[in-house]
Each structure stands twice: as structure tokens, then as C-alpha cells.
Ligand binder design. Structure first.
Ligand code: UDP
Length: 337
């Protein structure tokens, strides 16, 4: 049995909108539940939009009763790490309170399958690389703690009440839909690739490069960038697996390949055909030196293999931004090979 009708909480946001598109392309019906506080109405194109707040039990219940989903994907959360340090109440309320509310309403309404957006930030500063799922959860940010808490709640609720869940621990979500229809539109934007693209086209001046004194091959931090459409695909696989084999799945979603910040800037320069001006800035508090996934568990349990590497990630992000900015065809559109 596949998850035919899926409630996509946060489906107007970056990863959620790509999941909604992937669901529609797979012949499913995505029902987007989003309060549009961070998401965009124009990113909801593949199914109905129910405007509502994840913390509002009545709104969730009404959406579930009207649309009768087989499963829920939950993307609705606050994500900016620095903001979490400044606004912890907001983060706990939205991320932990919102997820708890969702679980409660799902159980009341008899919806037992939940795919949850988790993060490699739950591991904190890892003691070894690549990261495997058995490493201890020692988050070093409020954001990471909210996600680790929700995973703990899911385990407890699952044990007691039979909720089937997948916690998908994303590494660095990046890139945009390969057709250019949707992409990353955070405001303010804190992520490396969109910031590098902006800098390379002269929008907002040089970007800041946070630290060149790390113990890595070129002094900049190493991350595992994973294409947003590969993440979307993993969600569909996870929902289907839970419906076929009820239980729990906790997996890392990354490629297993690491790139330094300077290597990413090179890839951006290749895609845009222009240099990426940057100012060297001090290390950003909370940044780990290197994060790298061991994706073998996701491959084994979900049959999931990422289809896009760093070149697709950067070129798809560039294609999306240049369309949004109304830039012409100069330099030539770089499509993935
Ligand atoms: N980074 C940077 N300048 C920026 C944004 C990010 O130098 O404007 C660096 C950041 O310090 C980290 C890497 O790029 O080493 C990835 O950061 P991002 O915020 O994209 O993702 P994170 O790893 O924090 O989830």
C-alpha cells in the first residue's frame, strides 16, 4: 500500500514544496498545510493549500477530516540556527509544541504514519566521521535540541501508541527543482549557496566567509550538500515503507561526499561564470568543522540513492535564482550534465 493522500505540513516552504511536487509526479495527492509565515503561496502548485498553524489543533483536525490523508510529512518548523539562540521560546513552541500537537491530532484521527524532518544538527560536534545513526545525540544549538526532542517524543509515542514514524536527518539541503519551478527562498537567507550566488551577481555586496582557520584541507568548513529533490524522494520512500512495514526509521540523508566552503564557491563561479567576492569573517558560533553522512542505512532501508551531486545542486540553484531575478540568458544556462 502506498501513501496516496499525504498531508504536507510546511508544504509551502523550501523542502516541503519539493516534496509536494515529487508526490504529485508520483501520482499522489499532496495536501499542503501551511500558515505561510515562512512559506510562499506561489510554491503550492500541486494540490490544495490549507492555511493553518501547526500549533492549532482545531485547524489540523479540520484539515485531516476534510482530506483524510494516509500519511503526514512534517516540514513546518523554525530553522535558522542563530535565530534559535536568540528566540528559544519561539523555537520550542513551534518545533516541539507544533510536532506534539500534530502527533496528538494524528492519533485522535487515526492517521498513524508520520515522516519527520530531522537534521544532522542533533549529533552536535561528532566524535567521528562519517556520521552513522548510532552516534550519540548531543546537539549544540537550540535548533538541534528541538529536533532531538521531537525524535525522542516520536520514539515514546510510537512505543506507547503505535505511531509509525521516519525521522530523516538531513545534512545540508541545497539546490532547487531541476525544472526551475521552485527553489530556496528564505528571508533572511543564511545558507551558503544562495548567498554565494547573490554575491557573484552583485546583489548585496560580497558574502561573508566564516573562518579559514579550520583544520581542513583549505581551512574552510566541510559539509555534505544534498539536493532538495533527493530529500523529497526519500520522504516518499519513507512514507511508503512505513505503510508497508509499520515501525520506525531513523536515517541520515546525505551523499557521503564532503565539500569545503571554498570548493562550493568554485562550483558557484563555474555555474554563474563570475567570481564570488567574499570578505573573510570570524568563525560563526556553533559551526562544526566538518559534517559528513554515512548514507548506507538510508540506502539499505529505503532503497534511496542520491541522484544529484554538487554540480547539479549549484546549477539548479543558479537557474532558479536567475529566473526569480528576471535575469536574461547571459551567461549561458548551465544545465546538469
Ligand atoms: N557559510 C559562509 N558564509 C555564509 C553562509 C555559510 O561562510 O554566508 C559557511 C558556514 O560557516 C558553514 C557552511 O558555509 O561552514 C555551510 O553553512 P550553511 O549555513 O549553508 O549550512 P549549515 O551547515 O550551517 O547548516
Amino acid at each position: 500500500m502506498t501513501a496516496k493522500r499525504v498531508l504536507v505540513a510546511g508544504g509551502a516552504g523550501y523542502i516541503g514544496s519539493h516534496a509536494a511536487k515529487a508526490l504529485a509526479l508520483a501520482g499522489r495527492i499532496p495536501i499542503v498545510f501551511d500558515d505561510l509565515s515562512a512559506g510562499h503561496e506561489h510554491a503550492v502548485k500541486w494540490g490544495p493549500l490549507v492555511r493553518g498553524d501547526i500549533r492549532d489543533a482545531d485547524a489540523l483536525r479540520a484539515a485531516i477530516r476534510e482530506h483524510r490523508p494516509d500519511a503526514v510529512m512534517h516540514f513546518a518548523a523554525r530553522i535558522e540556527v542563530g535565530e534559535g539562540e536568540r528566540e528559544p521560546v519561539d523555537f520550542y513552541e513551534n518545533n516541539v509544541g507544533g510536532a506534539l500537537n500534530l502527533m496528538k491530532v494524528m492519533l485522535e484521527e487515526g492517521v498513524n504514519t508520520l515522516v519527520f524532518s530531522s537534521t544532522c544538527a542533533i549529533y552536535g560536534d561528532p566524535e567521528r566521521l562519517p556520521l552513522t545513526e548510532d552516534l550519540p545525540k548531543r546537539p549544540v544549538s537550540v535548533y538541534g535540541r528541538t529536533k532531538a526532542m521531537v525524535e525522542q517524543m516520536l520514539e515514546d509515542v510510537s512505543r506507547a501508541r503505535g505511531l509509525n514514524f521516519a525521522a530523516l536527518r538531513y545534512f545540508n539541503a541545497a539546490g532547487a527543482d531541476m525544472d526551475g519551478e521552485i527553489g530556496e527562498e528564505h528571508d533572511p537567507e543564511s545558507h551558503l549557496i544562495p548567498n554565494a550566488i547573490k554575491a557573484s551577481v552583485g546583489r548585496g555586496g560580497p558574502m561573508k566567509l566564516f573562518g579559514l582557520d579550520y583544520p581542513t584541507k583549505d581551512g574552510s568548513c566541510v559539509r555534505d550538500y544534498i539536493h532538495v529533490s533527493d530529500l523529497a524522494d526519500a520522504h516518499i520512500r519513507a512514507a511508503d515503507r512505513l505503510m508497508e512495514a509499520p515501525g520506525n526509521v531513523q536515517v541520515n540523508l546525505g551523499t557521503g561526499d564532503g565539500y569545503t566552503v571554498l570548493e562550493v564557491l568554485k562550483a558557484v563561479e563555474t555555474a554563474t561564470g563570475r567570481p564570488v567576492p567574499y570578505d573573510l569573517a570570524p568563525r560563526r558560533p556553533g559551526d562544526a568543522v566538518a559534517l559528513l553522512a554515512d548514507p548506507s542505512k538510508a540506502r539499505a532501508l529505503l532503497g534511496w540513492t542520491p541522484q544529484h551531486g554538487i554540480d547539479d545542486i549549484v546549477s539548479s540553484a543558479w537557474n532558479f535564482h536567475r529566473r526569480v531575478w528576471g535575469m536574461g540568458n547571459e551567461p549561458a544556462l548551465q544545465r546538469a550534465k
